[in-house]
Design a protein around this ligand. Sequence first.
Ligand code: BES
Ligand code: MN
Ligand code: ZN
Length: 486
Amino acid sequence: MKVTGTENKIADFSGEVIVVGVYEDGLSPPADQLDTLIGGSITRLVEAGDITAKPNEVTTILAPSGFETLRVYTVGLGKKEDLCARRAYEAAASAAVVLSAKKVDKVGYFLDDFWPAEMVEQAIAGALVGVHGQDLYRKEKKQTPPGEIVWSSVTDDVIEKGIALGNAINLTRSLVNRSANDIYPASFAQEAAVVAENHDLNIEVWDKARLQKEKCGSMLAVSQASTRDPRLVILRYNGGKEGEPPLALVGKGVTFDSGGLSLKPSDSMITMKCDMAGAATVLGAIKAIASWKLPINVVALCGLVENMVSGDSYKLGDVLTSRSGKTIEVLNTDAEGRLVLADVLNVALDEKPMAIVDLATLTGACVVALGMDIAGLMTNEPDWCHELEQASLATGEKMWQLPMYPEFSEQLKSQVADLKNVGDGRWGGAITAAKFLEEFVDDTPWTHIDIAGPSFAEKPKPYCSGGATGFAVRTLLELARRQATQ
Ligand code: BES
Ligand code: MN
Ligand code: ZN
């Protein structure tokens, strides 16, 4: 798929499909021009109530004969005053979902020329995300990307950034959507190597022997039942000043979570290929950051294991020695994400980062607390969490802070070891998990994002097919952009 810009007016566009935006309080200028060209159909549909212009509502209009364009799609943008980056991303994506249901050569997106560059970038990325579905392994795909998308009123720089962001989100999505017999620690590491090669990143891959040498006893225990060996991938992007402490992005990469001996019931296991979404998200984010050439140093760490069952399984009651030296009593092998992150966070500290963000599909409890669409934020440093909240407000990816009262740590006390890997019972499970992680970050400013809800959609949305969503790639890029310009 080609993505280009055009100086052409809507009247001079040649291609089968045109997309224009409509607001609840009036047509966008391009929609208005197009309306005149096609004999007032848009206005009539607005008057008839067919077009309400509610966010992400897509309406198909057949262009009159004699017109080169066959179909016009209007996409709802809501009220003008509520226009924001998220609206732009989702609206462009919603139109893309609909138009990619048919095979099309050339599509024109005609934007309002008053949209700021940041919104246009998000729209371009959104369209790229919208045209790709989750049916990676199906011969006859439900969606087909058009041959070319043409954007009006955009500069080359904005197009390049939009494409880079869209491709990064789609990388994250496809890694998560790929099944666990396809993406496992070694094959994920290979995909990371491709990203490193294409974007000139420094990459280090720790195999099982190296992890043993590094005394990553906590992460190794989780992986030991699997025939697939673990990996720890470290990617470094040095766009900032030499010696400037990097931003560390840490991702949970459990390529399949069976629960281990604390086996999950079948229904809960079905989607557990998604349990490496944290790792896929930090890989997508560093790819986007590097493509945008942001002046900042970033290190991404992906902790990759498969949590399986065999005669070699780690057992309930086992005491593990983590890389930090802290010992952990295992009381539930399904609370494995925190065991992986315990060691990966410790490795991150070796990079002397200015701050850490970790992303993990860590707890079902977080989904109970906040629902499917909102990520939980937990931190040891409110100011650092605030930076992330500001970035998430800018992109519109919803994140909400949960409290980290010290009392929760009481629940992690073990009779035999420094810590146990679960709290006392289910209540507040997202927070006890975060309290466990906090034990492994020393005094470094750190924010944990529990993405168990929003990273994987069981049902499709107007702006995204079901499956992996690529959630948080945009916010991490925005965070890096803000840190870089400081
Ligand atoms: N990977 C799961 C969490 C999860 C649940 C992710 C639903 C995506 C959707 C995690 O490893 C897990 O199993 N957590 C347990 C923790 C419990 C044993 C303390 C959970 O949430 O039940
Ligand atoms: Mn688990
Ligand atoms: Zn898990």
